[in-house]
Design a protein around this ligand. Structure first.
Ligand SMILES: NC(=O)c1ccc[n+]([C@@H]2O[C@H](COP(=O)([O-])OP(=O)(O)OC[C@H]3O[C@@H](n4cnc5c(N)ncnc54)[C@H](O)[C@@H]3O)[C@@H](O)[C@H]2O)c1
Length: 365
């Protein structure tokens, strides 16, 4: 077996534990070192997961590290991504790729110039649930997809996240936060988006934090917290998308796709499993057994796919081009609302390659 490819983690906060746990599934890679602006956070994760805590500068200069896993907050993604690429490392970043198109483009272009890979979350579309949907659509089970809906509506994160302020600052909001799961899942299923029109609003100027760390604090809201759009995909499908932090309760499904020969209910794109449901004309919903591997929490499968892509000289599935297109779509919600016009997207991307059938845990090709 080839030597394990070494990955260095920057940003040892809330989500890092899920990555560090799941990464152990892939024997061909190892997250061996970690760093954080707050050295105590890096040391705590290093102790828990058997890594070495170092400074950000030391990690970037370490010749053993081939990939930087960037799990910092959205506002810091570009700075850390550029530093990683300039240090000659491939970089896989949490979502969103960036908070402006200019920053996203800088990262993708620098990676191309340096012949390095850039990758970005989410990697949940590589899970068993959405890969099963992809196979059903590719095999024609619902005919030609013509329409659909995607709903992510909740009341934000200030009831549980110890550092919830960033969700309401520039670079936050429901679309940049949760849109990557939904839009990436849709692009994986249907291909790229052609144009979008949207209306956006915000219910509150301040959010009242109730998590124990911030209890009673009023978090200023700088962004639109309800965003409703209609997306026309290049394949002709018209999908209604609503992303909101202003809704206490609702009964809509996460994603439904309507085709000429049936309907499909796609599972929560913020998870890896099912259920996947299908309805043929005149029949009720039927749950479809998952055809693919990886139904458990596998955050880090995107990094593992990057390792394989480097070794096999192919494009990583969670590619920079895909993440940039998703960012382009998400930013267009507010632009369309402000201008009162459709936004025709300048970016596009290919559907990522589907995962093959018959993989065992720990395999990707
Ligand atoms: N928390 C979740 O459930 C969750 C789920 C999925 C994705 N995400 C995404 O993961 C990312 C991180 O979220 P989180 O909840 O772990 O945030 P967090 O605030 O808990 O952790 C972020 C960590 O990054 C460090 N950091 C910030 N800027 C840095 C810099 N320039 N250099 C080095 N370290 C830096 C902070 O000190 C902190 O320890 C975000 O992009 C978020 O959208 C979070």
């Amino acid at each position: 077996m080839k030597e394990k490819m070494k990955v260095g983690l920057i940003g040892c906060g809330n989500i890092s534990g899920a990555y560090l746990k799941a990464a152990k599934t892939f024997e061909f890679m190892e997250i061996s070192k970690c760093a954080d602006l707050n050295p105590a956070a890096a040391e705590a994760k290093a102790r828990e997961f058997g890594m070495q805590a170092v400074s950000v500068e030391k990690l970037l200069a370490d010749p053993e590290i081939r990939i930087i896993l960037n799990l910092t907050i959205p506002k810091a993604h570009t700075e850390v991504n550029l530093k990683a690429l300039n240090a000659g490392k491939h970089v896989h970043c949490e979502k969103p790729l960036a908070i402006t198109r200019a920053d996203g483009a800088k990262v993708v272009e620098l990676a191309k110039k340096k012949k390095l890979l850039v990758g970005c979350a989410p990697d949940t579309f590589l899970g068993a649930g959405i890969q099963t949907c992809r196979k059903l659509i590719d095999d024609g089970w619902i005919g030609r997809p013509v329409a659909g809906t995607a709903f992510m509506m909740c009341h934000g994160h200030e009831s549980w996240h110890p550092n919830a302020g960033f969700y309401y600052q520039t670079g936050g909001g429901p679309t940049l936060d949760m849109g990557p799961y939904y839009i990436t899942a849709l692009v994986n299923l249907l291909g790229p988006v052609k144009r979008i029109c949207a209306c956006t609003s915000r219910a509150y100027d301040k959010r009242f934090a109730t998590c124990k760390e911030l209890y009673g604090q009023k978090l200023p809201v700088e962004v639109e917290t309800h965003q409703a759009g209609v997306l026309e995909f290049a394949n002709g499908a018209v999908i209604t998308v609503v992303m909101s932090f202003d809704v206490w309760k609702h009964d809509h499904s996460n994603i439904e796709i309507y085709g000429t020969e049936g309907s499909m209910r796609v599972p929560d794109p913020n998870g890896f499993g099912g259920p996947v449901k299908l309805s043929k004309p005149g029949a009720d919903w039927q749950e479809i057994p998952l055809s693919h591997c990886y139904a458990d929490n596998m955050r880090s499968i995107g990094v593992a796919d990057m390792v394989k892509a480097i070794q096999d000289r192919r494009i990583n599935r969670c590619s920079g081009d895909l993440a940039f297109h998703v960012l382009d779509v998400m930013l267009a919600f507010e632009e369309s609302s402000k201008s009162g016009k459709h936004i025709v997207l300048k970016s596009s991307c290919k559907k990522p390659a589907a995962l093959p059938l018959g993989l065992h845990k720990g395999e990707l090709d």
